[in-house]
Write a new protein. Structure first.
Length: 145
């Protein structure tokens, strides 16, 4: 019983420490997501000014790290990963958690008319998109179109 109480105490201490670290983690995650959006904007600008050099994908999904709460998000994420593996550095995928409370995310959702998740926008073209889950073939045709 003493061993159980010690483990329980350790677990409670870990949870308390995790709450403090949790906010730091959320701040870092937000910074990472916003850096990804800035990188996407930069890649789109290079594509416009230099002729398309890479395909860009904006993937609006549920909260990052919570794919288990959105089966369609998890499935589409896997399909996008496979497309990336097939095409390599020619495809840049940027994940945007649609529920992130941020002005930049809200602007992108409005610009690309994101009303459901997952929604995937290809090459900055509002009409070149998939709502829900797309097959690997459909993703390939969107990247080529």
């Amino acid at each position: 019983m003493a061993s159980y109480n010690k483990r329980l105490s350790s677990l409670q201490t870990y949870q308390e420490d995790s709450l403090l670290k949790g906010q730091e983690f959320e701040t870092l995650k937000r910074s990472y997501i916003l850096s990804g959006i800035r990188y996407w904007m930069f890649a789109e600008e290079i594509n416009r000014k230099c002729g398309r050099t890479s395909d860009t994908v904006l993937y609006f999904t549920s909260r990052v790290g919570a794919a288990e709460t959105c089966e369609a998000c998890a499935e589409m994420g896997e399909h996008l990963s496979l497309a990336k593996k097939e095409r390599g550095s020619d495809v840049l995928i940027f994940t945007v958690p649609a529920n992130l409370d941020d002005g930049m995310v809200e602007m992108l959702k409005q610009q690309y008319n994101v009303t459901s998740i997952p929604t995937t926008v290809f090459n900055g073209n509002r009409s070149n998109r998939i709502e829900g889950v797309g097959s690997l073939d459909r993703i390939g045709s969107k990247l080529e179109g």
